[in-house]
Structure formats: C-alpha cells, structure tokens
Design a protein around this ligand. Structure first.
Ligand code: THG
Length: 366
C-alpha cells in the first residue's frame, strides 16, 4: 500500500513526536486523527502487551465536553443506560443511539461533576449530533471538544509503572473509576480503563504542551520494566471481544444486536431519544447478535464484510479477524442471525481470499 499524505485535516496528536521516535510502522485514521496500529509487528506487539507494559497514544479517543446546568439532562438524552446512579469519578461505557435505536457511537462517559461530563468517543462525528441536540432542545449547556488527549498505559506491569510517575495512590483506583493526580504541578484525571483486557490506565492529558513531558516521564521510569510504545492490538482486542465502531457495528445496529444490552436500562432511561424505538425492539429481543467466530486456515486482512454462510444461505457476516498465536486459530468478530448463533454452529465464511470453515462461539477468548 502507498503512504498517507499529511495535511491539517489529518490531525497529529500531542504524542506524535514520541510515537515517531519509537518507530511507528503503520497508522490508521480515526476521528480524522492518526492512530498507530503497528510498532514492531502486530504479533510482537501482542506478546509484549500481554507480558510487560505499553504506552498508547489514543488521542483519537476525542473528548466531547458537556458543561452547564443541562449537561446531565443532555447526557441522558444520548444513551439508554440509566445515569441516575452515576457519581462523579465514575466512567460508564454508554451506547449512544439515534431516534431509531441505531448505534451512533460507543464511548466511555466520565462524570467530572453534575454539570460537567466528558464523552470519550469512538470513530464517528458525535460532536455534531450532541451540538444539534443541545441547540434543537434549547438546552443550557456548552458542547465542544477540549484539548484533552488520552494516553493509555496497558499491560500487567501498568500499576508498577504508573506508581513511579504518579505515586502509590494509583493502585487504589478501581475499574472504570478515575481520580486526580499531579504531574509537574498540574492535575490530571486518571482512570483504570483502556481498550485491552490486560489491565491498565488512561491518563486524560489536558493541554497539548503536557503531552511529551508525560510520555517521556513514563518511558524513562519504565526502562527496567521493558516499557515500549504500543497501540490497540487487533488480535488482543478480538480475543477480548472489544468492539470497533464502524467495523463491527454501525448505525444499522441496535445495542442489543451488539451484545451491549447489559449497558442498557431502557425502561428507566427517561429522556433517551431512542427509548421508544428500543423498547419496541427489546420486547422480542434481537434477531441477530455479535458473536465470537473462529476460522480455520490462513486469512488476508479483514478490510470488508465477509459473508457468513450456512450452505448457500447467508446467515451473518465477519467484520474483524486475525490469527491468534495464543489460541492457535483465527479469532474473529461477527454478526450472526438467531437461527445460527448457538455455540458450536459450523458455518462457512467467504473471505476475500476464498471460503474457510468457521465456528460460532458463545464466549470470547479473554
Ligand atoms: N477508552 C476511552 N475512550 C474510548 C475507548 C477506550 N473511546 C473509543 C473506544 N474505546 C470506545 N469503545 C469501547 C469499547 C469497549 C470498552 C471501552 C470503550 C471497554 N469495555 C469493557 C469490556 O467490554 O470488557 C468493559 C466495560 C464495562 O464493564 O463497563 O472497556 O477504550 N477512554
């Protein structure tokens, strides 16, 4: 493949200098920003992530800030997850739906205070939808994208590394909670979260000028821990069943089809614009759903929809796939119709390099 031409539209991040110095080998584009996908190789990055600790430039997880008296009301309009019990210092994984119940995004929401929220978005222009909602409903709230860029520290040694830079208090942060920690006399929100199943943190770096100092401090402090620059790893995130918006689901899917029903409490999510539509579809349950799929043999990169077939009948599709060294099979994420979604169902997948045997699994690998 050719290279990407740089321009203003394709935003660099506060950590791009560090990412380049670490020898990034490939990028993807996410929220019109550069997201590294490979440092040494996808397989080497995978093993290292599972055994050591990595620093990830996930600035592409842009924040949409809601600030003002109507911030909490606006937040509830966006999601079928009931937010009434959410406290400042908590993170919630929140499906965002339109008026038809279709998925617009699957961000992590942070409640900073009753009237201040960050929505840490996946790859879709959620800022426009939220601004329009605020304007259309005449809400008393400011909506914009602040200069905040998440830096993830992921892997089994993440606690050890973070303690050295931010102090022992870091160990007390619970999963999907955040606290405020000092660096060079400035305070930063740090959450125990991240787009891997290996454990770790996300530092919400406020101020572009603070990016490289924090990056460098972590790299310096972690030398004996074999710290390395990394990025969300395709193989590991499929093993863990972490969904990728735009790949594994789109606006055509409800949260229930995405297996995100556990993050919906539609009955009590009063104000959610997709509530009526979701109550209707939730009554009978979805007729297709996300499933773990294993595939036999070798595969090319999954850069398009791969139909899942039961004989000559199309019963679903695969949208993410990669060979897993630890499980010695191709691990994949697919959407499968109800008639064929039971554990152990054997199907055929039409990859871009021909047919392969595939099997449906009830659970993901991690
Ligand atoms: N962190 C932050 N922002 C993000 C992501 C992130 N924005 C983009 C993207 N990732 C959003 N998608 C996800 C998908 C999965 C998870 C988080 C964001 C996730 N899921 C856990 C799981 O499925 O095991 C647990 C969720 C829970 O139990 O509440 O972490 O990674 N800041």
């Amino acid at each position: 493949m050719a290279v990407i031409s740089p321009s203003r539209r394709l935003r660099r991040t506060p950590f791009s200098d560090g990412v380049e110095a670490a020898g990034v080998k490939a990028y993807t584009v996410y929220n019109r920003m550069l997201l590294p996908t490979v440092f040494r190789s996808v397989v080497e990055d995978y093993h290292h992530l599972k055994h050591a600790v990595q620093i990830w430039d996930v600035s592409v997880e842009r924040q949409v800030e809601l600030r003002g008296p109507d911030a909490a009301r606006l937040m509830q309009m966006l999601t079928p997850r009931d937010l009434r019990g959410m406290l400042p210092g908590q993170c919630y994984y929140v499906p965002i739906v339109d008026e038809t119940g279709g998925m617009l995004n699957d961000p992590v929401a942070l409640k900073l205070s009753e009237d201040r929220w960050w929505v840490s978005i996946a790859d879709s222009d959620l800022l426009f939808w939220i601004k329009a909602m605020a304007y259309g409903y005449r809400l008393d709230v400011l909506v914009d994208e602040p200069d905040v860029s998440p830096l993830a520290v992921q892997g089994p040694l993440a606690d050890d590394l973070m303690e050295r830079v931010f102090g022992g208090g870091i160990r007390a942060i619970k999963f999907f909670r955040f606290g405020w920690f000092d660096f060079n006399g400035q305070s930063f929100a740090i959450a125990r979260s991240g787009y891997s199943k290996q454990g770790g943190f996300e530092i919400y770096v406020e101020g572009t000028q603070n990016g490289m100092p924090i990056w460098n401090a972590l790299m310096e402090a972690g030398k004996d821990l074999d710290v390395y620059a990394g990025c969300p790893n395709l193989i590991e995130r499929i093993e863990g069943g972490l969904l990728s918006y735009g790949n594994d689901m789109t606006r055509d899917n409800t949260p229930h089809e995405c297996g995100l029903g556990r993050f919906c409490s539609t009955q009590t999510a009063i104000g959610c614009v997709g509530r009526d539509a979701l109550l209707r579809v939730a009554k009978d349950g979805p007729t297709q759903q996300i499933r773990a799929i294993s595939i036999e043999g070798d595969i090319p990169p999954c850069d398009r929809i791969w139909p899942l077939m039961a004989g000559t009948k199309r019963v679903g599709q695969v949208t993410s796939a990669a060979r897993s060294p630890d499980y010695d099979t191709v691990v994949a994420i697919g959407m499968v119709k109800i008639t064929h979604w039971d554990d152990g169902t054997e199907l055929t997948v039409e990859t871009s390099d021909g047919l392969r045997a595939a099997k449906v699994h009830e659970n993901f690998w991690i």
